[in-house]
Write a protein that binds this ligand. Structure first.
Ligand SMILES: [Zn+2]
Length: 225
């Protein structure tokens, strides 16, 4: 699986905003990942701050819910020159969220599609308050997500069609357009829509941090200047 290098070293203002976690593309299911325990192998990752290869740096246990509760081992990578460590999150893990992204995304999509939040929460077996919080965060983040995925569709050369003027609908629409295009041109067939969403947002789609810029090609890196 290869995706163009993600440039997460600079925020929209050009200020260095190296995140403390990195989302990597993982071919394993949640249960397979959990079963690997501390033996989980993470592909080589580059420091978001300086681009150098990260060295190993222990890790920590974290809960994740995907049909049932799992405790998984999250590796950390360390950049010596930057003197920082980064949590290496598999793509099904959203920063600071308990549920796997397929659950979060599936619930969001259904709710945005018009199903009542109480029903959505029941369908996905999550507390009503949790599902409501996802939706509230998504609504707040929607304008940024629209810009983020509009940028991504442009970079991928995705055909977008007519986008809704409603921002949550538009965010979802652009995400799907980017995902379809990425599936055509990149070897990421194993990556589902919501893992793609999470990876492209650096685990912060519903977070409070700036969504890291992504998919920097050589050309767009220089454009970003
Ligand atoms: Zn570094």
């Amino acid at each position: 699986m290869t995706l163009p290098t993600m440039d997460r070293s600079r925020g929209p203002s050009g200020v260095t905003t190296a995140p403390l976690s990195i989302v990597w593309l993982c071919v394993l299911s949640v249960s397979e990942y959990a079963a690997a325990g501390k033996k989980i192998e993470v592909p080589e990752q580059a420091c978001p701050g300086c681009g150098r290869r990260l060295g190993g740096w222990s890790g920590y246990k974290r809960p994740v819910r995907a049909g049932r509760d799992y405790r998984i081992w999250i590796r950390r990578g360390r950049c010596k020159p930057c003197n920082r460590t980064h949590a290496l999150l598999p793509d099904f893990v959203h920063e600071r969220r308990y549920d796997a992204v397929e659950v979060i995304g599936g619930a969001l999509e259904m709710s945005i599609g018009g199903r009542g939040m109480k029903k959505v929460a029941e369908d996905f077996g999550v507390p009503h308050s949790t599902a409501r919080d996802w939706r509230r965060r998504h609504r707040a983040r929607a304008p940024s997500l629209v810009m983020h995925f509009a940028d991504l569709t442009t970079r991928l050369g995705a055909s977008v069609g007519e986008v809704s003027t409603e921002s949550e609908q538009a965010a979802l629409w652009l995400l799907k357009a980017a995902w379809r295009r990425a599936s055509e041109i990149l070897a990421i067939a194993a990556l589902g829509l919501w893992r793609f969403w999470n990876a492209m947002c650096g685990g912060q789609a519903l977070g409070t941090n700036t969504i890291p810029p992504l998919l920097a090609t050589e050309e767009s890196s220089s454009m970003r200047g």
